[in-house]
Design a protein around this ligand. Structure first.
Ligand code: NI
Length: 265
């Protein structure tokens, strides 16, 4: 019988800070930047359960039961709390976005048949945990490019038939959104799969090659390849995978409506 996955979205606001007692103030500042100071986020959490349909209710589980169980945990340990001080899971661990997904698993796994926990710290940082030793860290970037989808070997009419408005000979542009998925075990000290500053440095270096460029003319990779979003993903994978061994997936939003992804394992 089919397994279903049911997801409910939750919200909470909490404060936290990243600070390791075994390091000096300067070392902490170097490692965590301004996040060594108390600050807060409006978190979003997506709790997914899995299961089979119940032949009496025709549901896997009543979603209001999920809501009740999760909200009980959120009210007690997360919402309007200081995660470092008020949540027992973070007595010995830092409340990184990765550890927050793991913490929900810890509190809920004996009550619900969990499939996945996905936590957004804000629109740019998220984590995904499905049990086991690995966590996914997700990071969102934006960049803007001009391009045109025009195959010189085809006539203007044939290009229009194939690529529509995107074949405009003088080009057009998009503000792209890129999601980078890094998978690994969390560092026991920091709670991070990867230091975000290190990740940002690697990503920005590559995005620098395409941001505010006319892809067809300004970027060598696209001299003989059309800058479709598929080829853009191949470009990004080729550049990023050698620098990020634990890169799991890349996802590009050409617009909010057109979304493309590629596995990178
Ligand atoms: Ni924070």
């Amino acid at each position: 019988m089919n397994d279903f996955i049911i997801t409910r979205k939750f919200h909470f606001s909490a404060s936290h800070r990243y600070y390791l007692k075994n390091l000096t103030y300067e070392e902490n500042l170097k490692l965590f930047g301004k996040t060594i100071f108390e600050h807060g986020h409006n978190y979003k959490v997506f709790i997914s359960i899995k299961g089979k349909i119940d032949n009496n209710t025709f549901m896997v589980m009543n979603i209001s039961e999920i809501k009740e169980m999760v909200n009980e945990v959120i009210d007690e340990f997360y919402d309007h709390k200081n995660l470092n001080l008020d949540n027992p899971f973070f007595k010995e661990k830092l409340p990184s976005t990765e550890n927050i997904s793991i913490s929900f698993w810890h509190f809920l796994n004996d009550k619900l048949n969990l499939y996945q926990v996905k936590t957004y710290e804000n629109d740019e940082i998220f984590s995904i945990y499905k049990g086991g030793s690995n966590v996914i860290l997700g990071r969102v970037y934006r960049f803007s490019c001009g391009h045109k989808l025009y195959n010189e070997k085809l006539s203007k009419e044939e290009n229009f038939k194939l690529y529509g408005k995107c074949s405009n000979e003088n080009g057009h542009g998009h503000e792209y959104k890129l999601e980078v998925y890094i998978e690994g075990e969390v560092d026991k000290e920091t709670g991070f799969v990867m230091n975000l500053n290190e990740l940002d440095k690697i990503i920005f270096e590559v995005l620098e090659e395409i941001d505010h460029k006319f892809l067809n003319y300004d970027v060598d990779f696209f001299k003989d390849k059309l800058p479709t979003t598929e080829n853009l993903l191949l470009f990004l994978k080729m550049k990023l995978k050698p620098k990020l061994k634990n890169l799991k997936k890349l996802r590009v939003f050409e617009t909010e409506n057109n979304i493309f992804e590629i596995e990178c394992e």
